[in-house]
Design a protein around this ligand. Sequence first.
Ligand SMILES: Cc1ncc(COP(=O)(O)O)c(C=O)c1O
Length: 371
Amino acid sequence: MRKTIYNFSAGPSMLPESALQAASVACIDFKNTGMSLMTMSHRTKPVMEMFAETESLIRDLLAVPANFKVMFLGGGASLQFAMAPMNLLPQDGIADYTDTGEWGAKAAKEAKAFGKINIAGSSKEASYIFLPKELKQTADAVYLHLTSNNTVFGSQWKTLPTPVNANGYQVVDMSSDIFSRPIDWTRIGMIYAGAQKNAGPAGVTLVIVREDILGKSGRTIPSMLDYAVHIKAESMFNTPPVFPVYVMNETLKWLKNLGGVAAMQVINERKASKLYAEIDRNRMFCGTVKTEDRSIMNLVFIFDPKVVPAEAKEAKEKEFLAFCKARSMETLAGHRIVGGFRASIYNAMPEAGVDALITAMQDFAKQNGVG
Ligand SMILES: Cc1ncc(COP(=O)(O)O)c(C=O)c1O
């Protein structure tokens, strides 16, 4: 038995034990073929069946409408920052972007090469501690780009803003909260997500696109960057990341057995609300994000400056991180931009991990004479 570690990393993150076990078997012998999955061609029957099964799990779990296509691509969510506008935005077209954190800002920056970009809302000046609700959208914007969950700053849209253009659609970076709750597809044109939080290991990016929005960019797109090419080839235009897709497959089977995304949402909300309750109750800590915009995936908190003065902060943070590490809790340091702490409690973080962190916060406060 290896020791239990609660890994609060923002990504790559914890994966279900069953998926790790299945992956370890597949390393040596995939489905009794006698061959390691890593050595098998994507054109073989067992691999093609596994891809088809993974797609059907995704469609089933997220209730993906029939007019949407599912792709497994490489390049991470970061490639989608460029690939989405390259495929969807004509050079003389305009798209609205929301600057709600590090990743939304990067998406907007990349898109500028492919058309006009309007920043419809930004909370940058306020260090991204809230989500801008009053968006200044463009009447004829092709799409509205959103980051559903802001991994670095710990904010999350409870309901996604809708495009003002009746023909416009949402393009959503769901890298850090896909499969954590159901999706309302009504205004969505495309979603994308790097797998390495809720869906699997790094190496595969999930892209789901409404078919009718393609083919309208008016530009020549290199084959590897063209959604239509990948759709036609069923994600096998080049050698796809077979092993990460398999770990995704096993992760999604775990999610399905647990009751699907609606059941997962209940668990996620329970885990987050008990940890936020401790952040609010414990005089040593405080949250950084406006309450209504708090993420249930990435919980960002700092020492209360009234209790830990600025000059003691750095040393005390190191002390708390070591305190948690001694109790098998890893990767709790905040993002280098924000500092403090960030507990990423994605789908596969057991509730016991959240309970262990709460107890550590209480014991640390006591040890520091803060009742
Ligand atoms: C919301 C969000 N978008 C995009 C990215 C970038 O993903 P990748 O490293 O797969 O390119 C991340 C990575 O953490 C993220 O959290």
